[in-house]
Design a protein around this ligand. Structure first.
Ligand code: BGC
Length: 446
């Protein structure tokens, strides 16, 4: 397998997100966001860690972009910290915040790297959370203001945009399970947040597209293959249910198929938050869909989880190969999902995240980390992407998660996804063996 097998126009990139890498949490006029607040709460993050400094991308972006270039990538995905440019979420603009992203974008262009911007990667300004955050329908206007500001400031140099990152994760983990910011455990808040996220994507897409018809807009969804632990009817039922919630709560409405969960007990509450016309408004046509695919989960019926009715049977218990977070390594999943998206009618599929977590720390000698499992992971997944492409499915690009080791949300710094290592004590960067593997693959220097 060679990079050229994917064709001249295939997009090769690496992904990141603002909160996970930037640091500089209160520098140059940035106000707090929900993750700044959440990481202050007790026992929410492994080892009590926070991302006040994260990987200090704020001061090291030039080196990171140079490494990206050296490894042969032509595309860089990053997100905008909302409260860095609009400290209160709406209203007053922070020029210094804008200037930072101008520097990042200009550096990309200087290095002939195409910048791809995710507008929202989970770090809502605290000021907006105080007003209910995603559970407040006004989020549709707040987000639209933020999105238009970004397009007005960066749109002359940035063509590719993603509106939301994995809405099921920030609404589910953030409003239902209490595992992510803002840490709520509320069924009504979750359903409201999910509905507003659906509306927000579709309505902002329409208003952005009418003003910027030549730009390319997408959004990203996390996709997991869900299989029952065995064929017992109640486990099959649990798997189908979880599949609809995790994978289709956002995909179906935008494709005009409505909510796939309305018949589920307690999900019918959603209807209460839907206004006349909402179902039609949620239908939209993104230029591309960012698919973020990591793993397969097996589930069984869970009597004690009345809302979800299902429990995960983790990969380590099943005795199958897994990463440092216990996620099964199952490369066929990426092929299966590309095929399903194609069958759903999606015309441009971009793999905007795929990667492997380990816990190998940088060594004092600054030698490349021997992350052979990560190389194996990317290699096997790429083979499946190529297979999907050869079968005629419209997969147009692949972005590694992640360019650098970073703050892995509730897991803190214990799980490392980077192809470049970061020493979090001094922010020194070292390209890992996997980074050199990518360089050889992309530049054909092997
Ligand atoms: C998210 C990233 C995260 C990665 C690994 C995705 O769900 O977009 O922010 O670090 O998965 O967990």
């Amino acid at each position: 397998m060679e990079a050229s097998d994917f064709g001249e126009r295939f997009f090769w990139g690496a992904s990141t997100s603002a909160y996970q890498i930037e640091g500089a949490c209160n520098e140059d006029g940035k106000d707090p966001n929900i993750w700044d607040d959440f990481t202050k709460k007790k026992s929410k993050i492994k080892n009590g860690e926070n991302a006040n400094h994260a990987a200090d991308f704020y001061h090291n972006y030039e080196e990171d972009l140079l490494n990206l270039k050296e490894m042969g990538f032509k595309h860089f995905r990053f997100s905008i910290s909302w409260s860095r440019i609009l400290p209160q979420g709406i209203g007053e603009i922070n020029e210094k915040g804008l200037a930072f992203y101008q520097r990042v974008i200009n550096k990309c262009l200087e290095l002939e790297i195409e910048p791809w911007i995710t507008l929202y990667h989970w770090d809502l300004p605290s000021a907006l959370q105080e007003k209910g955050g995603w559970a407040n329908r006004k989020i549709i206007d707040w987000f639209d203001e933020f999105a238009h500001l970004c397009l007005a400031c960066f749109g002359d140099r940035v063509k590719y945009w993603m509106l939301l990152n994995e809405p099921i994760v920030f609404t589910g983990a953030g409003y239902l399970l209490g595992l992510h910011a803002p840490g709520l455990k509320s069924i009504p808040a979750f359903l409201k947040a999910a509905h507003h996220a659906n509306l927000c994507m579709a309505l902002s897409l329409k208003s952005l597209k009418s003003k910027y018809p030549k730009h390319k807009f997408g959004t990203t969804v996390s996709l997991t293959q869900i299989d029952p632990i065995n064929q017992l009817p109640w486990n099959v039922y649990a798997a189908k249910r979880i599949d609809k919630i995790l994978n289709y709560l956002f995909l179906y409405p935008m494709m005009g198929k409505g909510y796939p969960v309305l018949s589920f007990k307690r999900f019918s509450l959603l209807k209460k938050y839907m206004k006349a016309g909402d179902l039609e408004h949620m239908v939209c046509n993104f230029d591309f869909i960012g698919a973020q695919i990591y793993t397969r989960q097996k589930v069984k019926f869970g009597l004690f989880s009345p809302f979800l009715n299902a429990r995960l049977v983790e990969a380590p218990i099943r005795g199958v190969r897994h990463n440092a977070l216990g996620w099964e390594v199952k490369p066929q999943v990426i092929y299966n999902w590309i095929k399903k998206l194609h069958q759903l009618g999606i015309k441009n599929i971009m793999i905007t995240e795929n990667g492997y977590a380990d816990n190998l720390e940088p060594n004092a000698a600054e030698l490349p980390i021997e992350d052979d499992e990560r190389i194996r992971y990317h290699n096997l997944h790429l083979r499946q992407v190529l297979r999907a492409k050869k079968d005629g499915f419209p997969v147009k690009g692949y972005f590694v998660w992640s360019l650098i080791d970073n703050f892995e949300w509730a897991e803190g710094y214990s799980a490392r996804f980077g192809i470049v290592a970061v020493d979090f004590k001094n922010f020194r960067r070292t390209i890992k063996k996997s980074g050199f593997w990518w360089r050889d693959f992309l530049l054909g220097t092997a």
